[in-house]
Design a protein around this ligand. Structure first.
Ligand code: DC
Length: 234
């Protein structure tokens, strides 16, 4: 059976992580949410007062990165791979609006990207991984066995994210979420280093009208077709 690296890229809140989690569980692979790494570094910068308005103290952050430990651990209660920042589970904290509103500022810093990409490549050394993000198929794993690019309208994405945030301690309005998503799309697509774009060999999937289960089924079909019986999903 051939081991795969599966890259899932796309705009904010297209359901990449949901799909990546379901797919990894189905294949018995590990799931790495690369956006969680940029979010954890953003949380670190916020906690250490390195962000003032839209200005980041890049020098302090780059120096600080040397002492930052970011790793993932499986939560035995739900089987999910959760992110730890310096020994603390920050999986919930990094999803709050405060982090969401600053993360694109942090993710465009070249040294931050180099740091995160090095960690991501290390995690992919043994293959059997589904990683989702913005530049996984273009930069992190240009030789990934399967590259998917998810796409959905900003309004559908904002509605989904808004409903998710309603369940948390810090909900936001639909308008705030839509504005944040549109702003992040802009910044992620226009940054100098590794901007968000579909890899030439990625398969684009529009999942606006598909449930997570339906999206998963569609992807499994692609995998069955592309790799026939060598992943054991038949
Ligand atoms: O997937 P997400 O919304 O949790 O990602 C948070 C931010 O991190 C997003 O605005 C862009 C950035 N990001 C990135 O630049 N490269 C990645 N591979 C993943 C995320």
């Amino acid at each position: 059976m051939r081991d795969l690296i599966i890259a899932i890229d796309g705009y904010s809140s297209t359901g990449k992580s949901t799909l990546a989690k379901l797919l990894a569980a189905k294949l018995g692979y590990i799931h790495i949410d690369s956006g969680a790494m940029y979010r954890a570094i953003t949380l670190f910068a916020i906690q250490n007062r390195m962000i003032k308005g839209d200005t980041v103290d890049e020098k302090a952050l780059i120096e600080g990165l040397k002492s930052v430990d970011i790793h993932f651990e499986i939560n035995p209660e739900n089987g999910q791979n959760e992110i730890f920042l310096n020994g603390k589970d920050v999986e919930k904290e990094i999803r709050e609006m405060e982090v969401s509103s600053k993360v694109s500022l942090i993710a465009k810093i070249p040294e931050v990207r180099n740091h995160a990409v090095a960690l991501q490549r290390k995690l992919g050394r043994k293959k059997r991984i589904v990683m989702d993000g913005r530049d996984i198929g273009t930069t992190v794993f240009p030789n990934a066995d399967l590259k998917l690019f998810l796409n959905t309208s900003a309004e559908i994405r904002a509605q989904r994210r808004y409903l998710e945030l309603l369940k948390t301690e810090h909900p936001a309005t639909y308008e705030e979420v839509l504005e944040n998503i549109t702003e992040r799309d802009q910044m992620d697509s226009n940054r100098k280093v590794s901007p968000l774009r579909k890899a030439d060999d990625a398969i684009e999937v529009n999942n606006g009208n598909l449930s997570p289960a339906e999206t998963l089924e569609k992807i499994l079909e692609i995998i069955r077709e592309k790799f026939s019986d060598d992943t054991g999903t038949q």
